[in-house]
Design a protein around this ligand. Structure first.
Ligand code: AMP
Ligand code: ZN
Length: 437
């Protein structure tokens, strides 16, 4: 049995786990106080590490926002001397100062361990050939999975993003068994297989996919599984909490175990910041428990999810979260209706006639804000005939209207017509002018 089935920790009973977390929380607060940001914030509240006696005392601690990280850029959260830091990563945000996260040796080892444990829980094993198809660099998916998969004992191919033909060549040459990629890329990879006349089952040894880093629906996951003929496991993480290895689906594929020995997770109402009842969707708030260079306390992730009730048949006791249904900041309001992009994706993915790519465009036409959904038709279905296209268009429009109570313009486009960014998919393009607000 691999050392990445960490049975004692992964199946620890809940009361022991709570005690363990309280101890680690106290240590984390002690460490965080060494940073200028938390040093001042805790002093202002008259709080010290010793005030954390049980897990419930986390309530006393202030929450941390992305804005805090930005304002104290770059070193305001650093809790060790600058020369003890050996790596930094940034989050993929595009406006203002980036958020930067620092790691020392201990942090990187602890992160790699979590990723290795996560991969193991999804069924990857030492000896697997792991092809990491995502950007290497400041984005955490590259190096995060690289070190995690090495730690597990897989032969790790740092393939990087894009260049589908080369990816397929690598898969064939080295007998890739496990792939990690962002879900929006996989439809493209599959298309490249088709173009090359290659067949996944016949020409590769692929047996497992890991998908994450961007929101996707259960329908999108099913499509990916059908295309590749293997199971796809959801991987959730964010750079503020290392990156991948925060929460991961085990072989049961029924929600993502969140590693509670390394993080405390709370789910709160984003307006009141009060905890929501178990099973209700709210904003995920997270605290690191095993980070030295840059501990973060009660970080408001803006990601919306819920704790799933009940035990998992795999025996792991760490609670499971549901797939992320959206972010508090990706909801848009149009004509008075609140819309999350995943509500639209959910409807689109139920139509076998359409492909995996779509784009929601918000624009102002004659002073009025309108919503247009551009959808790629599936290459298997596209014939160029007008009547079936018009029927499909109308059905999509009606179903979206029933869901969001607003009639969008739906435009069907040819397979491959929408822009394909190299990193995370862009699902909403907001071109509205002030005039039309
Ligand atoms: P970054 O720190 O730039 O890598 O971005 C992290 C963000 O990506 C998270 O806060 C989520 O919004 C999103 N994300 C990461 N993994 C997933 C996932 N499995 N499902 C949905 N969203 C995800
Ligand atoms: Zn499980």
């Amino acid at each position: 049995m691999s050392i990445y089935w960490q049975k004692e920790m992964e199946t620890m009973n809940r009361s022991d786990l709570a005690r363990y977390q309280a101890e680690k929380l106290r240590e984390t607060v002690r460490q965080a106080t060494k940073s200028s940001f938390y040093g001042a914030a805790l002093k202002q509240r008259g709080l010290a590490a010793e005030d954390i006696r049980s897990l419930a005392d986390i309530d006393k601690l202030p929450m941390t926002t992305k804005e805090d990280l930005r304002q104290h850029f770059p070193y305001g959260f650093l809790s060790v001397p600058r020369d003890a830091v050996i790596r930094l990563h940034c989050s993929s945000g595009t406006t203002g100062n980036p958020t930067v996260i620092f790691h020392n040796r201990h942090d990187l080892d602890s992160w790699a361990n979590l990723v290795a444990r996560s991969l193991f829980s999804a069924g990857a094993r030492p000896g697997d050939v792991f092809q990491n198809i995502c950007g290497y660099g400041l984005f955490t998916g590259g190096l995060g999975f690289q070190y995690g998969a090495e730690c597990l004992g897989a032969l790790t191919i740092p393939a990087g993003a894009g260049n589908s033909r080369r990816q397929i060549q690598l898969m064939k040459n080295f007998g890739t068994t496990v792939i990690h990629a962002i879900p929006s890329y996989l439809a493209r990879l599959h298309e490249a297989f088709r173009e090359m006349g290659a067949d996944i089952a016949r020409d590769t040894k692929l047996r497992l996919l890991v998908i994450g880093a961007e929101p996707h629906t259960e329908g999108q996951r099913r499509r990916i599984q059908d295309l590749f003929g293997v199971k796809a496991f959801n991987s959730y993480g964010l750079s503020e909490m290392n990156g991948p290895g925060v929460a991961f689906e085990c072989e049961c594929q029924n929600g993502l175990h969140l590693w509670e020995d390394a993080f405390i997770a709370e789910i709160v109402d984003p307006e009141t910041l009060e905890p929501v009842p178990e099973g209700v969707v709210g904003e995920l708030v997270m605290t690191t428990l095993d980070r030295q260079a840059m501990p973060i306390i009660r970080y408001r992730t803006r990601d919306l999810t819920r704790f799933l009730p009940g035990d998992c048949p795999c025996g792991r006791s760490h609670r499971r979260i549901d797939r992320i249904t959206g972010r508090t900041d990706d909801m848009f309001i149009i004509k008075g209706c609140n819309v999350f992009p995943m509500q639209i994706e959910k409807i689109l993915m139920a139509f076998p006639e359409i492909g995996s790519d779509y784009l929601i465009v918000l624009e102002t036409v004659n002073g009025v804000n309108e919503m247009r959904i551009k959808v790629e038709v599936s290459p298997n279905w596209f014939t160029g005939e007008m009547e079936p296209l018009e029927n499909l268009r109308r059905r999509i429009q009606e179903e979206v209207r029933d869901e969001i109570l607003l009639t969008p313009e739906v435009r069907l486009v040819e397979p491959g017509a929408l822009p394909k960014p190299e990193g995370k998919a862009v699902r909403v393009q907001d071109l509205r002018t002030r005039e039309g607000e």
